[in-house]
Design a protein around this ligand. Sequence first.
Ligand SMILES: Cc1ncc(COP(=O)(O)O)c(C=O)c1O
Length: 377
Amino acid sequence: MSTSYSSTLNLLKGHPNSSHLPASLLQSSFNRLSPSSLLTSLNYGPESGPLSLKTSLAQFLSSSNPPSPNQIFITNGISHSLSLLTSTLKPKIVYTESPTYFLSRKIFEDEGAQVIDVPMKSTHGGIDIPLFSSLLSSSSSSSPSSPSPKFLYIIPTHNNPTSYTYSLSERKQLVDLCIANKIYLIADEVYHFLTFDNTKDLNERVRQVSEKEWVVGLGSFTKIWSPGIRCGWIECDSSILETIEKQGYIRSQGGINPFTSEIMSEALIGGEVSQNVTFLNSEYAKRVESIWNLIEGCSNLKANKPEGGYFIWLEVLNAPSDFIETLENDYKLIVMDGKECGGGDGVFMRICFACLEEEEVVEGVKRLVKAVEDLTG
Ligand SMILES: Cc1ncc(COP(=O)(O)O)c(C=O)c1O
């Protein structure tokens, strides 16, 4: 045991480092806004968001095959999109991956839904598709009066917490299952563009796999630009979009964020968003390289190397059950306990490599490795 650490390091928080926030890029985008766009953006706007942003966003999502701007609804981020979809679809029951983003469950429960966990097929894999299929079959054969699940929520690319990315075949299987069973597939694609290797094609978004009404994709500028800008989007069929648009509070406010939307549109058109994405991906890739050999060399630590996103999901083998508390008390290292995300039996944790300074992330991982060496059998 060691007690010589003076300051506590926090690898729990999934926030960006403030030195990575695009203040000067944002300033340039803002300075280019024409007086007429600025004036328009200061008024109430269309319910689904300004056409300028929906058009530039569609191009950003795919320049070769952009979605129709009519199938995009601008929100103030994925948290908002999840709440909005849940209040629109009014589910009694929803399925989520387990483990999953720790706050998604709370959002669904706050809207009155009961959450059914669908386990991942291994501690570092995607959802157990045969198991999910059998859950769907048993739900459809249960009594017609019992409520059936309305949607499945997944994070298909660089998952939070596991960093797992579904293959195209897995995406297709899930899309087909959801369509066949008439339940929505809601894909939280917040880490889609945070794919480190820019020589690789991006994974297909779920709406590229199918544009059927059952398939809904969610995106956000939170991780590729800044959380404080509060701007995201729902990509969905116009039938859902029209139902959302009819909500009283949407009609009342006339578009979620016309002013922010206009700035983000300019930042997309002017290339600032792409420039920032390139910068973040090289920065995060460098961080993962700096810590990966420490993790890999530690025999009782099991992890997959992230190819994008914000997090590493770790299993500590042969660990005492109070490992995470001891890590905080004796090694002054705070991590997210896997149980918060619905992690399986055993000691699991999520660490974020984006938030602290790079040297601090390295120091944090060194403390973790030391704790594993000291405390595991
Ligand atoms: C998987 C996932 N979804 C949603 C969010 C929140 O996104 P937003 O800031 O766009 O609401 C996060 C933030 O950490 C996340 O990891």
